[in-house]
Ligand binder design. Structure first.
Ligand SMILES: [Fe+2]
Ligand SMILES: [Fe+2]
Length: 422
């Protein structure tokens, strides 16, 4: 077994304290009086037994419960998984809760500039990241120097506006999948490391680990890698070998951080010991690999593949919470804090009967992001985009998250960034 990566600040039991404002409650523990956020429908106060029965009859594993808006008994200890207590919102226009037009406008133009910069970073990195992956395909070893500059640039973009690079990297075709997946997991890892208050060195190491976690896939035949539908048992074995083959390759490279080797080998391990290649159990899986598992799955299922349609980020988060035994729950809670309950780019329906796109969210209140309204449902017409900071006195609220296809947005992932830039 490989040595485990353990940053000093996150030694055993040292995960940041968790708060009690929004908690995840398993479906069998839901009670009348709880204010629930089902994610895929409107939030509501559980008043009627028939609603509770309907939820229990559905296949959800549980729901987020807002304790502040609940009227019933608080969940007992041990029956809920609290989400990390938010940090206070820093006093900057980006997180403004004011609806004063000038402030909203300046936040919007700042955001548009950040999205432009993130798009430029992604375009610029395409050549060096592809060259790196091509080298792997040709059997060349990867040295630390080749990746450090790439990851520094991604890290800088994460510091500028993490949601911008994470959500823009989700836009991909089959040709650019491995490139975009590598960059996205790098950005998600760096962002998660920042939210865990890890130092800059650890952020860089975990970013490198994210970028290189799937290098072994470069050595897997494309007929298997891109095969639509189910793989045979033999093909599955070949596919799974990407972790050991990638690990061997990174070891040859020499001067790569331990976290990169660990994540490459162990990002498909599961907390209940049913993963691969070593069927490691619980904290025998290194912290970096436990972080990598969450970031990898989130990005893989929220992006389109040649053979399947993407899940929305919100659907993905709800499912990840319901897969018991798969992920480290503390890390998953922190991860949700880092990407939000309504991740940037989500299409939402408002109480005012408008459609909007989530353009910014705040750790202090995951249920009340800033939404750019662009469509009047009653009049069935596009309107001039305007921003609503729901954390302020916006006079409106999100009713439900919507499927873009239902509203005729067949290429939503390309469409919404244009709205942000408008
Ligand atoms: Fe993988
Ligand atoms: Fe992956």
């Amino acid at each position: 077994m490989t040595a485990q990566f353990k940053p000093e600040k996150l030694s055993e039991g040292a995960l940041p304290e968790v708060g009690e404002e929004i908690v995840w409650v398993a479906v069998e523990q839901l009670r009348l009086g709880m204010f629930v956020h089902p994610l895929s429908r409107a939030s509501f106060l559980l008043r009627h037994a028939r609603d509770l029965e309907a939820i229990r009859a559905s296949n959800v594993g549980g729901m987020f419960v807002d304790l502040k808006r609940s009227t019933g008994e608080k969940p007992e200890r041990g029956m809920s998984r609290p989400i990390k207590q938010p940090k206070p919102i820093p006093p900057q226009p980006a997180s403004s809760v004011s609806t004063a037009p000038a402030i909203v406008r300046s936040a919007a133009s700042r955001r548009a500039a950040q999205f432009d910069r993130a798009a430029a970073t992604l375009a610029r990195l395409r050549v060096p990241v592809r060259a790196l992956l091509d080298d792997v395909r040709l059997g060349k070893a990867i040295g630390g120097g080749a990746v450090a500059g790439i990851v520094e640039e991604i890290n800088a973009s994460v510091a500028d506006n993490a949601a911008a690079i994470i959500s823009l990297a989700r836009i991909r075709d089959s040709d650019s999948f491995t490139y975009a997946h590598s960059v996205a997991v790098c950005a998600l890892m760096a962002n998660l490391a920042r939210r865990m208050d890890l130092d800059a060195g650890s952020q860089q190491e975990l970013g490198i680990a994210g970028l290189l976690h799937d290098v072994g896939k470069m050595l897997i035949p494309k007929t298997i890698l891109n095969k639509p539908g189910k793989l045979s048992i033999a093909e599955m074995e070949v596919m799974r070998s990407h972790v050991t083959r990638g690990h061997e390759l990174l070891k040859k490279g020499g001067n790569l951080p331990q976290a990169a080797l660990e994540v490459c080998l162990s990002h498909h391990e599961k907390m209940d010991g049913t993963g691969y290649p070593e069927r490691l159990f619980g904290d025998r899986i290194g912290l970096a690999a436990r972080m990598g598992a969450v970031c990898d799955v989130y990005d893989a299922v929220t992006s389109n593949r040649p053979y399947k349609e993407a899940w929305s980020p919100a659907e993905c988060l709800a499912s990840m919470f319901s897969w018991r035994g798969h992920f480290d729950e503390d890390i998953l809670s922190l991860f949700i804090r880092s990407v939000g309950i309504y991740p940037v780019g989500s299409l939402v329906r408002m109480e005012s009967d408008h459609l909007g796109v989530v353009v910014e969210q705040y750790e202090a209140d995951l249920t009340r992001p800033t939404v750019r309204i662009f469509h009047d449902i009653a009049a069935d017409t596009r309107i001039a985009p305007r921003d609503l900071a729901l954390a302020g006195d916006a006079g409106d609220t999100i009713v439900t998250r919507e499927q873009p296809r239902k509203w005729g947005f067949d290429d939503w992932d390309s469409f919404w960034p244009q709205l942000v830039a408008a």
